[in-house]
Design a protein around this ligand. Structure first.
Ligand SMILES: NC(=O)C1=CN([C@@H]2O[C@H](COP(=O)(O)OP(=O)(O)OC[C@H]3O[C@@H](n4cnc5c(N)ncnc54)[C@H](O)[C@@H]3O)[C@@H](O)[C@H]2O)C=CC1
Ligand SMILES: CCCCCC(=O)O
Length: 488
């Protein structure tokens, strides 16, 4: 960015808007070429991406592939396979009263979209939304998180070599750049980050009535009922809580709820799998990402400073500032009014909260802001139904953790404080599209009673005509079944 950040951002947005107006990004060929180019980027730069993720977060190459590189590859391939189908107009039945008529729904790109990505999955959180934006035919500014500098500069350097440089631009920087970015008029803002910054995004979007998608976070609970396979359940919890970016994940388990009588067995099993996965000296483990920076290291260390919280530590608790390492830590019943239980942890600390009856978990969860994800390890079908029907969250996953993020057929997004809007798969395409209604009418037949002068006859005619809707649908189906009505 040159000194006058504002001028450069303004010029970038102006050039993008002009390029969008050429219509080049609307063609299926352009969209498929961009998705193929993104796949080539991933295939040809896997080592460089792994190195950048290691530099920013200490992610092992296998973790980098599992959680980011592979996820982007899968998402891009899915979009490449489906984009032509997603773009096709959808037929819509029009009420018989307007016969003859034809209705259809036509997805069109929104235009110039702005994407903010977070630092914890800096490649995935930037490229996955871009996949949706280009699949829908938009032009894009991506603003990677400045807290993951190696990944941010990797994206800034590599994207113009693979994707259409007239259509996809990278704007790097922190709050100062963001303030300039917000002064521009966007056709859509897709934000991944904290509620604090999300409210800044919304305030600036309000100025231009810009639609936003907010991918936020919160405290995701895991209900630990007595599942059919206790060990498998605990293995999945340990693998996800500490093995995915050291718990610095928006859908990481933030705290566990378990009946008091199972808590000791659960904690012992958690410790067993922690040793199995991360060794006895966890600071040496290559399977644990680092804490992103000093700010978040201090924030997490401070969560443990409260004497009552410190007293509730039953495993771990050691820290190493030099290496930005915080040992995977288990706490048993820390005070519910302590910050560790009121703020999103976003790190390798796991409070285990005991209840008398596991059903109490529902009330416990409902008394807090709506989470991005709820997990429940249980074999009780009735309890599952209760959880689904009596709680509200972005998603509910039974007997596993985090994998919902990698299912292209499941929308990923929050509700309430955990965000709104959603993406992944077709939902990404929809998030970056406007589905336009197109109605074709003819001038051959007229419904005179739609015009004055009014009369009782006209009222009764219109009353009947509107009721004809239902008969019309039945007639439509009968004609369909008799093969007499072609799809026009
Ligand atoms: N729902 C989801 O998919 C995800 C949600 N998150 C959430 O994100 C948060 C952690 O990510 P962070 O990057 O720390 O969030 P953040 O809110 O600090 O930053 C997010 C983005 O906003 C930008 N930003 C920061 N300050 C800004 C300001 N004053 N004005 C404009 N833009 C600003 C950053 O550069 C970054 O690009 C957690 O709350 C986590 O739950 C993280 C990953 C995924
Ligand atoms: C593969 C898991 C990605 C989780 C994205 C997040 O929770 O921040």
């Amino acid at each position: 960015m040159n000194n006058n950040i504002g001028v450069e951002v303004e010029e970038t947005v102006r050039d993008l808007r002009q390029y969008f107006k050429t219509g080049k990004t609307r063609s299926v060929t352009w969209r498929k070429n961009q998705l193929k180019a993104l796949l080539n980027l991933i295939h040809e730069n896997e080592d460089a991406i792994s190195k950048a993720l290691y530099q920013d977060l200490g992610k092992h190459p296998v973790e980098a592939y599992r959680d980011e590189i592979g996820g982007v590859e899968k998402s891009a391939q899915n979009s490449l396979d489906c984009v032509e189908k997603w773009m096709a107009p959808k037929k819509s039945n029009i009420p018989l009263v307007f016969f003859p008529a034809k209705g259809e729904l036509l997805p069109e790109p929104l235009g110039v979209v702005l994407i903010f990505s977070s630092w914890n999955f800096p490649i995935m959180m930037a490229l996955d939304p871009i996949i949706g934006a280009i699949s829908a035919g938009n032009v894009v500014v991506i603003k990677p998180s400045e807290q993951a500098p190696a990944c941010s500069s990797f994206l800034a350097n590599i994207l113009p070599h693979y994707l259409d440089p007239n259509a996809i631009k990278v704007v790097e920087g922190g709050g100062d750049v963001c303030e300039q970015v917000f002064l521009q008029k966007w056709d859509k803002i897709f934000f991944t980050g904290s509620p604090r910054v999300a409210s800044i995004v919304m305030s600036s979007a309000a100025r231009n009535l810009t639609p936003v998608t907010l991918e936020l976070g919160g405290k995701c609970p895991a209900i630990f009922d007595y599942p059919s396979d206790f060990k498998m359940a605990v293995k999945r919890i340990v693998g996800a809580k500490w093995g995915v970016c050291s718990g610095q994940a928006c859908i990481a388990i933030d705290y566990l709820l378990v009946e008091e009588k199972y808590s000791s067995e659960l904690i012992e099993l958690l410790k067993k799998f922690m040793r199995k996965f991360y060794g006895d000296n966890m600071m040496e483990s290559k399977a644990l990402s680092r804490i992103i920076n000093k700010h978040h290291f201090e924030r997490l260390r401070n969560l443990l400073k409260d004497p009552l919280v410190a007293a509730s530590i039953v495993h771990g608790g050691s820290v190493d500032e030099t290496n930005l390492f915080i040992e995977p830590t288990i706490l048993l019943d820390p005070p519910l009014d302590a910050e560790i239980m009121t703020e999103e942890i976003f790190g390798p600390l796991l409070p285990v909260i005991t209840v008398n009856k596991i059903q109490e978990s529902i009330e416990f969860i409902n008394s807090r802001p709506k989470p991005l994800a709820i997990y429940a390890f249980t074999k009780d079908a009735t309890f599952k139904k209760k959880i689904v029907s009596e709680t509200s969250s972005g998603s509910v996953t039974f007997n596993d953790t985090l994998v919902q993020f990698l299912c292209d057929t499941l929308p990923f997004g929050g509700v309430g404080q955990s965000g709104f809007g959603r993406y992944h798969g077709k939902y990404s395409f929809d998030t970056f599209s406007h589905e336009k209604a197109v109605l074709h009418r003819h001038l051959c037949l007229e419904i005179e009673p739609r015009y004055p002068p009014w009369s009782k006859f006209k009222l009764e005619f219109l009353r009947l005509a509107y009721r004809l809707n239902y008969f019309g649908l039945v007639l439509h189906m009968v004609l369909h079944m008799l093969g007499l009505k072609r799809h026009n």
